[in-house]
Design a protein around this ligand. Structure first.
Ligand code: NDP
Length: 491
C-alpha cells in the first residue's frame, strides 16, 4: 500500500478511491497539524465534488457484486481486516495521537474499540434471519411472505475529529457487513489514520470500490456526498447544526439518515453512592479525550448531603491530571484539538464566572507548550442553569457541579437541556436507579457505570442529540431495507 510508510515519515499521503491510492483531481492538498506542537504531521489530498463523485460512482459500480457476496465472505474479510489492523496498532495509535492530540494510550484504546466493533459485526451478520409470515387466504389461499433484509445501497459515513477511528468504524462495520458499499469522509483535521484504516480494510480483500475515503472539506466534497442522488444513506457524527443541514439536504431525495450529534450528559450522584468510585469515574468521564466526547459528563448533580465530600474527592482527582503532549508518558490531559476549540471552552467558563460561577479548580490556559491548545481541568460551582456552559455542548475539560435536594430535583435539571444523549446515576438504591432509567430523556442511562458506548448496545440520542442508533444489532438493521416477497403457495 502506497501510504504504508507515509504515516511514520510524515510524507504526502494519498486518499483511497476505487481500489487505488490517488491524489485529488485538482492536485490541491491540506496540511494536517499536530494539536500539541503545531507541526505538520502529513499532507492529504484536498478532494472536491469531482473526487467525491468518483468515489460514489465506484461504490455504485461495486454494489451488485458486494451485495451478492455471502455473509460468510463479508465476515471473513472484516475479520481479516481486524487481524491485520491489530498488527499495525502501535503505528496507528501514534498516528492518531499526532493528528488528534490525545494521549497514545487513549489512541490505542480507540483503535481497540474500533477493532472490537469490526469483529462484532463480522460475527453478527452470519446470524441475521428473515421472517416467514403466513398470509390470509384472500386473494391467494396458502400464500406466505418472506421479509428479506436487503442492503440499502451506496452509503456515506461522515466522521468528526474527536474519535476519528471509532466513529468511522461505527459506520463501516454495519454498512459493509450488511452488503452495502460506502464512501467515508473524515474530518479535514484528522484524515491520516482513517486513510490507513481504509487501506487495511481494502488490503484484507474488499473488492475495489466497496470502500473509499475522500479527504476533502465538508463544504465541497461533503456537500456532494450528502446531495448526490446515487447515495441512499448518510451516517453522520458531529455538531448538531451540521446534522440539521445534512438532514435537510439528504431529505430532498429521501436518503436514509442517522445523526449522532451533540450531548450534554448529566451525571447524578446520590447520597448513598460509592463516592470515591463516583469521583474517579466522573474525572474519567469528563476529562478523557480532553473532554471532547459527545458522551462526556457535562453536568454533574450531587445530593446536597454528600456534596462537600464528593466535591473534595473530585477536585483532588482533577488536580492530579497531568497536562502534556499525547506522546509524553503519563499525560492524562492532552491539548484541545484546535485553538478555536480551546477559546470556545474558555469563553464558556468565563461566561459562567461572569454570571456568579465559582471556579473550584482550573479555569486557565496552560502556558509553556508550542501551541495555545492546552487548558486546565476545570470544575465550577454556583453556575446558573441557563449559562452557556450548561445549555450548550461544552466540548472540553470543564464541568459545572450543582447541588440537588433529591432524585426528582436531579432528574428535573437533567432533563432541562435541548440534548438527550447519555446520562448516569450513581446509587445503591434500586428505586432511584429505576426512576432515573425510566425518566431521564436520553438514549442511554448508565447505572454506577462509566459513560462508554458498548458495541453490543444501541447508542444514539433523543431531542437535539440526533436520530437513529449506532452500535448493536439495531445499527446493522439500519443498513438494511426490508423487502417483502410473497409466494403464492400451492396452486
Ligand atoms: P462538524 O459537524 O462541522 O464536522 C463533523 C464532520 O462533518 C466533519 O467531517 C466535517 O468536515 C463534516 N462536515 C461539515 N460540514 C459538512 C457539510 N456541509 N456536508 C457534509 N459534511 C460536512 O463539527 P466541527 O468539527 O465544526 O465541530 C464543531 C463543534 O461540534 C464542536 O465544538 C463540538 O461542540 C461539536 N462536535 C460534536 C461532536 C460529537 O461527537 N457530538 C463531534 C465533533 C464536533 P470538515 O472537517 O471538512 O469540515
Amino acid at each position: 500500500m502506497s501510504n504504508a510508510t507515509a504515516t511514520g515519515t510524515k510524507k504526502a499521503m494519498k486518499m483511497f478511491i476505487d481500489g487505488e491510492s490517488v491524489d485529488s483531481a485538482s492536485g490541491d492538498r491540506t496540511e494536517v497539524r499536530n494539536p500539541a506542537t503545531g507541526e505538520v504531521v502529513a499532507t492529504v489530498p484536498k478532494a472536491n465534488a469531482a473526487d467525491a463523485r468518483r468515489a460514489i460512482d465506484a461504490a455504485e459500480a461495486a454494489l451488485e457484486q458486494w451485495s451478492e457476496t455471502t455473509a460468510e465472505e463479508r465476515s471473513r474479510i472484516l475479520n481479516k481486516a481486524h487481524d491485520i489492523t491489530h498488527d499495525a496498532i502501535d503505528e496507528l495509535a501514534m498516528s492518531l495521537c499526532q493528528e488528534q492530540g490525545k494521549p497514545v494510550s487513549e489512541a490505542k484504546t480507540e483503535i481497540e474499540h474500533y477493532l472490537h466493533g469490526l469483529a462484532f459485526y463480522a460475527a453478527l451478520v452470519s446470524k441475521v434471519r428473515s421472517d416467514y409470515v403466513p398470509l390470509p387466504s384472500f386473494p391467494n389461499k396458502g400464500a406466505y411472505g418472506l421479509v428479506l433484509k436487503r442492503p440499502i445501497g451506496v452509503c456515506v459515513g461522515i466522521s468528526p475529529w474527536n474519535f476519528p477511528i471509532t466513529l468511522t468504524g461505527t459506520k463501516i462495520g454495519p454498512a459493509l457487513a450488511g452488503g452495502n458499499t460506502m464512501v467515508i469522509k473524515p474530518a479535514s483535521s484528522t484524515p491520516v489514520t482513517a486513510i490507513r484504516v481504509v487501506e487495511l480494510l481494502n488490503q484484507a480483500g474488499l473488492p475495489k470500490g466497496v470502500l473509499s475515503i475522500v479527504t476533502g472539506p465538508g463544504s465541497t466534497a461533503g456537500e456532494e456526498l450528502i446531495s448526490n442522488p446515487k447515495v441512499r444513506r448518510v451516517a453522520f457524527t458531529g455538531a448538531s447544526d451540521t446534522g440539521k443541514h445534512i438532514m435537510e439536504v439528504a431529505g430532498r431525495d429521501f436518503k436514509r439518515v442517522s445523526l449522532e450529534l451533540g450531548g450534554s450528559d448529566p451525571m447524578i450522584v446520590c447520597d448513598d453512592a460509592d463516592l470515591a468510585r463516583a469521583a474517579t469515574m466522573a474525572s474519567v468521564g469528563r476529562f478523557y479525550n480532553c473532554g471532547q466526547a459527545c458522551l462526556a459528563i457535562k453536568r454533574l448533580y450531587v445530593f446536597e448531603s454528600v456534596a462537600d465530600k464528593f466535591i473534595e474527592l473530585l477536585v483532588a482527582k482533577a488536580k492530579k491530571l497531568k497536562v502534556g503532549e499525547g506522546t509524553t508518558k503519563d499525560t492524562r490531559l492532552g491539548p484541545l484539538h484546535t485553538e478555536a476549540q480551546r477559546k470556545e471552552v474558555q469563553e464558556q467558563v468565563e461566561d459562567a464566572v461572569s454570571r456568579g460561577g465559582k471556579i473550584l479548580v482550573g479555569g486557565k490556559q496552560v502556558p509553556g507548550f508550542k501551541t495555545n491548545n492546552f487548558y486546565e481541568a476545570t470544575l465550577l460551582e454556583n453556575v446558573p442553569h441557563d449559562a452557556r456552559i450548561v445549555q450548550e455542548e461544552c466540548f472540553g475539560p470543564a464541568l459545572p457541579i450543582f447541588r440537588v435536594k433529591d432524585i426528582d430535583h436531579a432528574i428535573e435539571l437533567a432533563n432541562s437541556s435541548i440534548y438527550g444523549l447519555g446520562s448516569s446515576i450513581w446509587t445503591r438504591d434500586l428505586v432511584k436507579a429505576n426512576r432515573a432509567a425510566m425518566r431521564i430523556q436520553a438514549g442511554v442511562t448508565w447505572i454506577n457505570s462509566l459513560h462508554y458506548g458498548y458495541d453490543e448496545l444501541p447508542f444514539g440520542g433523543v431531542k437535539q442529540s440526533g436520530i437513529g442508533r449506532e452500535h448493536g444489532p439495531e445499527a446493522l438493521e439500519a443498513y438494511f431495507e426490508p423487502k417483502s416477497v410473497v409466494f403464492a403457495g400451492v396452486v
